[in-house]
Design a protein around this ligand. Structure first.
Ligand SMILES: Cc1cn([C@H]2C[C@H](O)[C@@H](COP(=O)(O)OP(=O)(O)OP(=O)(O)O)O2)c(=O)[nH]c1=O
Length: 192
């Protein structure tokens, strides 16, 4: 039986990135209480969360390959996940203003015989930002479903001075590395 990719994620960005490289998949969302993972090290946190999401998705067939992921922003030993309020979004963006922070994405690939987890880091530098710019930004919908309260691929692009590392890792999935690793599980782009 041909291996079949199951994306264990409700993130529209992760779905878009797989479509971008023409890898066919179906979606199966994890039912998991992520607050159970209290890890404070960002690298370990995204690895544990990607693993945790993966293990909360049922494998229904022996040819299924599950891909799950997690993304956090890390700045001065603090981890920023999705902001729960306007105040929290304001706070996150003002801390990131004028500085360099890290974005970590972890992803897990799991079958019924194997499980592997990978972590990728990208450095992002923000321009110094005006209070008014931050205030206007948090009044849009952009920050609230994104780690660190910004979207590099959307309005948040205007904050970004430069990045070092994989852009797609910031958007939620280091897609070229994901493709490389999926190939080892027999999952390929439709064009291969
Ligand atoms: C920093 C940053 C994050 N993000 C997103 C990627 C992730 O979707 C999100 C972090 O939340 P996650 O918990 O990693 O993912 P999710 O809840 O959206 O989806 P699921 O758990 O079902 O896979 O932040 C951007 O889209 N752009 C950015 O610039």
């Amino acid at each position: 039986m041909e291996p079949k990719l199951i994306l264990g994620s409700s993130s529209p960005r992760r779905q878009e990135l797989l479509k971008q490289v023409h890898i066919p998949f179906t979606i199966r969302k994890p039912e998991a209480d992520e607050s159970q993972i209290t890890e404070q090290n960002p690298e370990k946190k995204v690895a544990h969360l990607a693993q945790f999401k993966s293990r909360h998705i049922n494998l229904l067939d022996s040819n299924e390959v599950i891909l799950s992921a997690d993304t956090v922003v890390s700045f001065q030993n603090k981890i920023f996940e999705k902001p729960k309020s306007k105040d929290e979004a304001y706070h996150m963006i003002s801390l990131l203003s004028g500085s360099i922070h890290d974005v970590y994405s972890g992803f897990t690939i799991r079958t019924n015989t194997e499980e592997k987890t990978f972590v990728e880091r990208t450095e992002v530098e923000f321009w110094p930002l005006d209070k008014q710019d931050i205030q206007w930004y948090i009044s849009t919908d952009d920050p609230y479903d994104k780690a660190g309260a910004y979207g590099i691929q959307s309005i948040g692009a205007m904050f970004v001075k430069q990045i070092k590392g994989d852009y797609y890792n910031v958007v939620g999935l280091p897609i070229s590395r994901v493709v490389k690793e999926l190939t080892k599980f027999g999952i390929k782009s439709e064009y291969n």
